[in-house]
Design a protein around this ligand. Structure first.
Ligand SMILES: C[S@@+](CC[C@H](N)C(=O)[O-])C[C@H]1O[C@@H](n2cnc3c(N)ncnc32)[C@H](O)[C@@H]1O
Length: 273
């Protein structure tokens, strides 16, 4: 593909949310291009190939060495949980909240009966639309998840798979509570998959990241007491599964970190409701 055929993303401001999403997309592409990928997100590699951006600068800003494996380990666990749900519920509605530029809707090859909704802030969805179109069974919705209206667009009569990767920590606790309540009120049943940071997350963020992380929880199970419909099924450190990392140094580093309190900092949670 020549540069002229590519989609111009040069307006994406360095350091913006959209830029962060491109960084994660780039890391998934790096995993996919490696000889022994963990996630194998071919759609991400294809997207990076189609986008005209300063990827060399991105490579320096988010060095793929360890980062690509961290991103892939987290995504692959959520993908595995998602695939299991979709196998049992091929007529599900999938709500992928804070989707960013993630290509989960394509890499999972959901069954034909699934209705998939990728939801993110309007500016992020506007950028996403430069790459992808809505098609049968797939729609993008540009809205804050804290806005009550967007949920009306989702059919309520299907089992719901709700995935929120890298989202809830950017909301405030009352917003998380309200969102979870709205979701469980809207659907008769399903699963909720999301990651949580420990309460250290917001504290560290005040020092290092201008306070953009605003919610943390010691143990995801606490959410059962917020909402009686939520049933905790399982949780795993975002660093778990490091034995799959093909390179020795990052594999050992991950294993070591997983055995320390750092292993409890970022946790993937699976709930039924
Ligand atoms: C760290 S990124 C994660 C993106 C994607 N899930 C991934 O793993 O690549 C966080 C995403 O959440 C989105 N986000 C943050 N607050 C949101 C809100 N209130 N409503 C919808 N999306 C939100 C951001 O726009 C951003 O795309």
């Amino acid at each position: 593909m020549t540069r002229a055929d590519k989609i111009d993303f040069s307006a994406v401001r360095w350091g913006s949310v959209e830029w962060t999403n491109l960084g994660t997309l780039y890391l998934r592409a790096c995993d996919s291009r490696s000889p022994r990928p963990i996630l194998g997100d071919v759609a991400a590699a294809d997207a990076v190939n189609r986008i005209d951006y300063d990827w060399a600068r991105m490579h320096r800003a988010v060095p793929p060495g360890l980062n690509r494996w961290l991103v892939a380990l987290r995504a692959v666990r959520l993908d595995t949980w998602s695939t299991g749900f979709l196998r049992d519920h091929p007529d599900a509605a999938v709500l992928h909240l804070g989707c960013g530029m993630d290509t989960r809707a394509f890499r999972l090859h959901p069954p034909h009966g699934v209705r998939w909704f990728d939801v993110d802030q309007p500016n992020v969805i506007e950028l996403r639309r430069k790459l992808y179109d809505d098609h049968d069974g797939y729609r993008m919705i540009g809205s804050s998840v804290t806005d009550p209206d967007w949920l009306e667009e989702i059919p309520a009569d299907r089992p719901a798979l709700i995935i929120a990767e890298g989202l809830l920590m950017y909301l405030r606790e009352p917003q998380v509570r309200t969102l979870l309540q709205r979701l469980t009120d809207r659907f008769t049943g399903g699963e909720l998959l999301f990651d949580t940071l420990s309460p250290l997350g917001p504290r560290l963020s005040k020092i290092f990241r201008k306070g953009i992380v605003t919610w943390g929880v010691r143990d995801g199970r606490e959410l059962e007491s917020w909402n009686p419909r939520l049933r905790f099924l399982e949780g795993a450190s975002a660093l778990a599964g490091s034995e799959r990392i093909p390179d020795t140094t990052p594999r050992l580093l991950c294993r070591l970190l997983c055995a320390t309190p750092a292993g409890k900092y970022d946790v993937l949670n699976r709930f039924a409701f």
